[in-house]
Write a protein that binds this ligand. Sequence first.
Ligand code: KIV
Ligand code: NA
Length: 275
Amino acid sequence: MKSRADFQKMKETGEAIAMITAYDYPSAKQAEKAGADMILVGDSLGMVVLGYDSTIPVTMEDMIHHTKAVKRGAPGTFIVTDMPFMSYHISKEDTLRNAAVLMQKAGSDAVKLEGADEVAGLIQALTKGGIPVVAHLGLTPQSVGVLGGYKVQGKTAEAAAKLLEDALQCQQAGAIALVLECVPRQLAALIQQQLSIPVIGIGAGAETAGQVLVYHDVTGYGVERVPKFVKQYGRADEEMQQALFQYVSDVKGRKFPSEQHTFTMNEDVLDGLYG
Ligand code: KIV
Ligand code: NA
């Protein structure tokens, strides 16, 4: 399994870090097989696998449950788990306790928190406690209500300067990497250059140390509309839906099961049963 030192070295040598989300055993298995360097058990699971319309309803129980499944599917891959909404804002004690559960019970190798300022203090406390933290800045979906929608961040001089300052704060606090979501590529490049830790972008251009995307967006599974920054590499939905249409149609048309999918027994035994 790759470690923090490997990710740091990748940034230094320019070898790109490939990160993808996974939420269950089969997706984690596929991600590991594909050679992903890091798997994110993102709280995006609330939207893509649980059907909520934001990440706000996601709980610690959800994150533990899904991280355990991902760990079983990808035992050899570095797993980052999102700390869900309000699991790190109530108190430092609460934050440490929740992060510890993810590390000890669920199998996370690191946790991810959105934000800087107060959150930087928490990054520091977690790091001191031996818990590796990935920071998350730019578009931070848990604050969508405060941000006023899913929009590109850091476009004004003031917002860009604040983002750079926040990124430095997170690094100073001990973050092992920074996920930067939905920012202009020029700003992402500047942050990547100013920071010594790897910046992993999503909608942040090509000049970051790595990229992260959501599994369902990449494979085209269960998503109707994807944001501009997503490249869909597959059409899983179409293939799966086709299979399901065919199955239902075969059952209704009595074409399934055929002999090939059917068990038989010795005729003598059967005669005995009929008497
Ligand atoms: O929850 C998630 O999937 C994320 C990524 C989009 C970075 O936080
Ligand atoms: Na997230």
